[in-house]
Ligand binder design. Structure first.
Ligand code: NAD
Length: 305
């Protein structure tokens, strides 16, 4: 079947590939014919500690299935370590064609209690980490005039959520990073897209269960398996895709094309605006189109299909 070998001969660098969505990315990319660098620091959801076992198990599973995989335990936070991941792909797997920036941590806390460390650590792993690996790969992609990036964003940033100012800022920043890479590198035939997943992983497995309604909600969330995200990533990274600069939501059997910010309404006064006129004219004229303080769950208000 041709669809099984969409990535034949390709090399994929996947960060945070020891667990969750990243693990399923690694297995699916290998299944589609790619050789895979399985990067994972092996920390806790909050980013502490290091455990090499998850990445080694994923690589072993790929090799046991007849694929080719190598492991890397470095942190995406370290710029030179990111260069090392790219070098390792070239040296041990013969090149680099795909980067999936998937590594992530959470430090959820209500904004007025968020510490500098909560902010810095989440921005470092998600936003800086995505930059680090992308920048290292960009040199290779530019030279070979081809390459594909997948970056993981989130509806926590694209829409909103409580207690995730650090994560939301990082994830919306990643959407900007992806679009910028798509613009800057299209001249080199390089594509860059975002995936905004919904999947049951340890990252959302920390949701506290208070009552029966919450238990039912969590049971529904568990139906959104991490393996359902990978087909979209594999498709976007294959040579059959020309797609770039897009953001796709993926939830169980649903795929969404997410919006990107555009003006929705404008008002104009030939003589210019005073603050009073803004209050009396501009705001009433635009208010019908104001956005509610929606959270992701308000917008995705129906159960996963
Ligand atoms: P997960 O915690 O199961 O997996 C994340 C992996 O990243 C872990 O194996 C962890 O060890 C690794 N990691 C953390 N910091 C690292 C670092 N500095 N360097 C290298 N590896 C590191 O989480 P997941 O739910 O599979 O999330 C994967 C990605 O998808 C994340 O970017 C997350 O923000 C995003 N995401 C997930 C959901 C969801 O519903 N699960 C929703 C929106 C976005």
């Amino acid at each position: 079947m041709t669809s099984d070998k969409l990535l034949d001969g390709k090399v994929a660098l996947i960060t945070g590939a020891g667990r969750g969505i990243g693990r399923d990315y690694a297995l699916a990319f290998a299944n589609a014919g790619a050789k895979v660098l399985v990067n994972d620091l092996g920390g806790t959801t909050g980013g502490e500690g290091a455990d090499r076992v998850p990445a080694m198990e994923v690589a072993k599973e790929i090799e046991d299935g007849g694929g080719k995989a190598v492991v890397n335990f470095d942190s995406v936070v370290d710029f030179s370590a990111a260069q090392g991941m790219v070098d390792q792909c070239k040296e041990e797997l013969g090149g680099l064609d795909v980067v999936v920036n998937n590594a992530g941590i959470l430090r959820d806390v209500i904004f007025h209690k968020m510490t500098e460390e909560d902010w810095d650590s989440v921005i470092a792993v998600h936003l800086k980490g995505s930059f680090n690996v992308s920048r290292a790969a960009a040199t290779v992609f530019r030279e070979q005039q081809s390459g594909a990036f997948i970056h993981m964003t989130s509806t926590s940033g694209l829409i909103g959520n409580f207690g995730q100012a650090n994560y939301a800022a990082a994830k919306l920043g990643i959407a900007g990073l992806s679009k910028s890479i798509a613009l800057d590198m299209s001249r080199f035939n390089v594509r860059s897209n975002c995936i905004s997943p919904f999947a049951w992983s340890r990252m959302i497995g920390t949701i506290p269960i208070g009552d029966e309604a919450e238990r039912e909600r969590v049971e529904k969330l568990k139906t959104m398996t991490t393996a359902k995200i990978a087909p979209v990533a594999v498709a976007l990274c294959s040579d059959r895709s020309k797609v770039t600069g897009q953001i796709f939501g993926v939830r169980n059997n649903e795929i969404f094309l997410m919006g990107q910010s555009r003006p929705v309404r404008s008002v104009h006064r030939g003589e210019g605006w005073t603050p009073e006129m803004v209050l009396e004219h501009a705001i009433p004229a635009m208010e019908a189109n104001f956005f509610q303080l929606d959270r992701s769950a308000d917008v995705f208000s129906w159960d996963p299909i």
